[in-house]
Design a protein around this ligand. Structure first.
Ligand SMILES: [Zn+2]
Ligand SMILES: [Zn+2]
Length: 175
């Protein structure tokens, strides 16, 4: 798979049974397949850190103002998506396959913004409250699709930002 941001060849990586494609040796971005995201239902501990350890080339500069093509689909331009928790984080979402691309810088800022357990559980509660309390029966088709996209997005954050924190348990120590 070709990286949508820097056109480097991406590497498949399996982290706690979830397959992601990382732009190792390129921009360090991450691709989440829509089907893989459906598998995320339990909090995953510290996976974001594994993704930050991906080797990347600091010389690679990505143009964040460019719309990007989905690396999975043919000729589908991804939508830029903003999450509204705490501070805006940008992801690219494919309207066709439901995959997400996250820049390395965005992953970094997510980790920094949610460095305490309080912050993470607050964000998780807010996110899941907003996204799963919906009354699906009244939602028409377009709305239903947004709800599904929201669920995938929240699963991605859940994967990246475990809502619990056990001091001393992380291999990189307390941060
Ligand atoms: Zn890349
Ligand atoms: Zn796609």
């Amino acid at each position: 798979m070709i990286c949508p941001a820097c056109e480097h060849n991406m590497t498949e990586k399996e982290i706690q049974q979830i397959k992601v494609d990382v732009c190792a040796g390129g921009c360090g971005g991450i691709w989440f397949d829509g089907h893989e995201l459906k598998k995320i239902d339990e909090p995953h501990e510290a996976v974001g850190q594994d993704l930050l350890e991906v080797e990347y080339d600091p010389e690679v500069v990505v143009d964040e103002s460019q719309r990007r093509d989905c690396p999975h689909c043919d000729a589908i331009v991804m939508m830029r998506h903003f999450s509204s928790i705490k501070r805006e984080v940008e992801v690219d979402e494919c309207p066709s396959c439901g995959g997400f691309f996250l820049d390395r810088g965005e992953l970094n800022s997510l980790r920094e913004q949610y460095s305490s357990e309080e912050d993470r559980s607050e964000a998780a509660n807010k996110m899941f409250g907003d996204m799963f309390d919906d009354d699906l029966e009244d939602v028409h088709e377009a709305g239903r699709q947004r709800v599904e996209a929201g669920k995938r997005l929240s699963r991605m954050f859940r994967f990246l930002l475990p809502s619990y924190y056990i001091p001393g348990k992380q291999k990189w120590g307390v941060y």
